[in-house]
Write a protein that binds this ligand. Sequence first.
Ligand code: G
Ligand code: G
Ligand code: MN
Ligand code: NA
Length: 255
Amino acid sequence: ARLGAELQRALTSDELFLLYQPVVTLPDGELSGVEALVRWRHPERGLVSPAEFIPVAERNGMIVQLGAQVLREACRQMADWRRRYGDAAPARIGVNVSARQLREPTFPQTVADVLTDTGLEPGDLLLEITETAVFDGGPALQAVRAVRELGVHVALDDFGTGHSSLGLLRTCPVDVLKVDKSFVDGVTGTAEQSAIATSLAQIARALRLRTVAEGVETEAQARRLYQLGYRLAQGFHFARPLPAEEIDDLLAVRE
Ligand code: G
Ligand code: G
Ligand code: MN
Ligand code: NA
């Protein structure tokens, strides 16, 4: 409850900020996109992990306001990169959206408003949702359809860990599968350990979905993922989540 009350204050202060983790192309490791990840610099507790406060915000409903703030700031930043760097800007920005946000009837309108206000092209935005959020159909699924109508891209995040159903890929049309770290961890292991990452690459290719391998921590994993057909990856091996200024440094050298 304490954390919840403090989060309410954080929403109207400058304690929340975004880091941006590069998504890179394989095999060269060049920056392709970025994923926005929220951070909370608490005056006494220090840096609080989103793994701690996002679940709190989801339970008390604050995620709706927090999520809208994150979306707006991420789109503002991406529009700024696009204006300053043109084609050398990141190809797109990923923003995490929780199930609770997606189920708000106003969500598609919020996305439309943010795009209008920031001047961001819809195709520059990738909304990252979980399978579980859309598993039971309903309003969340309608929201996915509505934002895709706007031209916004949608990714299934942590793919393979939730209520996975391959049928979902037909009922919930998306653009990108983000293959969860737990499957990436196995790619340099036995046939059994690498089976899921291998199969997901094949399924994605057949369905013409882009894939991003998440949580890549070693060169050996990156090489193996490339052999399996992965062309996009994200993970500490390439880059940690970085402040916007450090993304700027990466962009400035390739202009
Ligand atoms: O960045 P980090 O690995 O610490 O994130 C931990 C968890 O918090 C991850 O599951 C990540 O998806 C989630 N997360 C980070 N930023 C956001 C955000 O802006 N919105 C939502 N809903 N989840 C986020
Ligand atoms: O659930 P989601 O995929 O949005 O989570 C992203 C989280 O994963 C971020 O908090 C980010 O810090 C974390 N992350 C990104 N790359 C790596 C990695 O290579 N290893 C580990 N352990 N975590 C990572
Ligand atoms: Mn994500
Ligand atoms: Na993930």
